[in-house]
Design a protein around this ligand. Structure first.
Ligand SMILES: Cc1ncc(COP(=O)(O)O)c(C=O)c1O
Length: 358
């Protein structure tokens, strides 16, 4: 008998992240991972620097100050918040705790590529459900839900589509799912969607709805790896049982706490994003490149076909600009472009204009 991984593990196609380098170039403009172009909040950097001399101490295991800060800012019960190494880890806790061999985990056609990985890792079967014109289709999900369905992962607003499911449709999904199935509202981009609570009200209304959020996008802390989940008390209690006691470092906890309290930074970044997003969307459309209205910090540019997207990617790369190919998400003709600073948006549009100009 030889060593053998658990069922499902070898079915995992390893995650492929956005590129960050162009060979032979030091001056790249990275617009491939939906990072905040304005960097981390200075308030968070200062708080983390102040904490450095205490690194010989173990961090807190209950994460209380960060949970309380999140609770205060978002008007949520801190006792029903779990902190993870990015929202990735919270999404992982959910699959690990609620899905196993013989169970099904639903995700949508263009949803985040981590979901099937997590399903396989738990020994469960991932099930992909079609979207309609790049928007999550509630009826298609409900049609596919069966007795084996344990988890439904939903990216809302979507990545890489940037579209958003209207709140009445979200509510319809939450109210129609069987109580044996957990609905996970992945709100990695919720802040960018004006007036959207990420699904917090639905979490309060149902025993089987969870919301996940991140510090990696609008808070400019992708490198710190902090995310969180908000859910019913019983679900959070379950997730905490599988969380490692010291999953979060002292620096991560302190940096995230300072960031979530820095509402001025968030407001400035959101305003700049809204402006840049409108300009990028408008500019692409002027060039005859299709894109939906985005509720995120990126725009999915849809070219005529895969060859046109290849050509545009090469042109951008030659100008030192890295964007994200999204073939694996069902868009061979697409390029996902993060909304950068005003000069970044200008650079993208000017480069593409040269290419498509007669
Ligand atoms: C839809 C979605 N969910 C979750 C994540 C994970 O974010 P993090 O683990 O950095 O919190 C991402 C990251 O890009 C994402 O796009």
């Amino acid at each position: 008998m030889t060593i053998r991984p658990q069922p499902g593990i070898l079915d995992i196609a390893p995650y492929v992240g956005g590129a960050s380098r162009i060979d032979g170039r030091a001056d790249v403009l990275k617009l491939s991972a939906n990072e905040n172009p304005y960097g981390p909040p200075p308030s968070a950097l200062a708080a983390m620097a102040e904490a450095l001399p205490n690194l010989h101490r173990y961090p807190s295991t209950d994460h209380a100050p960060l949970r309380e800060a999140i609770g205060e800012v978002h008007g949520l019960d801190p006792d029903r918040i779990v902190i993870g190494v990015g929202s990735d880890e919270v999404l992982q806790f959910i699959a690990q705790a609620y899905a196993g061999p013989g169970d099904e985990v639903i995700h949508t056609e263009h949803g985040f590529s981590l979901y099937p990985i997590l399903a396989h890792a738990a020994g469960a079967t991932p099930v992909s459900v079609p979207e309609r014109e790049r928007v999550v289709d509630v009826d298609a999900i409900l049609d596919r839900v069966g007795p084996a369905t344990r988890v439904v992962y939903l990216t809302n607003p979507g990545n890489p589509t940037g579209t958003r499911l209207p709140e009445d449709e979200l509510a319809r999904l939450a109210s129609s799912l069987p109580t044996s199935c957990l609905l996970v509202l992945d709100g990695a981009y919720a802040e960018f969607s004006d007036g959207f609570d990420g699904g917090a009200a639905l979490v309060d209304a149902y025993d089987n709805v969870v919301m996940t959020r991140t510090f990696s996008k609008v808070y400019g802390l992708g490198g710190l790896r902090v995310g969180w989940g908000y859910g019913p008390a019983e679900v959070i209690d379950t997730l905490l049982r599988i969380r490692q006691p010291f999953n979060m470092s002292t620096i991560s906890l302190i940096g995230a706490e300072a960031a979530v309290r820095d509402r001025d930074f968030v407001a400035r970044c959101l305003a700049a994003n809204a402006e840049g997003r409108a300009r990028l969307t408008g500019g692409l459309r002027q060039l005859g490149i299709a894109c939906d209205d985005s509720h995120t910090n990126f725009v999915l540019a849809r070219f005529a076909d895969e060859a046109a997207a290849d050509a545009a990617e090469t042109t951008l790369k030659t100008a030192g600009i890295i964007v994200r190919r999204v073939k694996g998400y069902g868009f061979p003709e697409g390029l996902r472009i993060t909304v950068g600073r005003p000069e970044d948006v200008d650079a993208v549009l000017a480069t593409l204009r040269e290419r498509v100009a007669p």
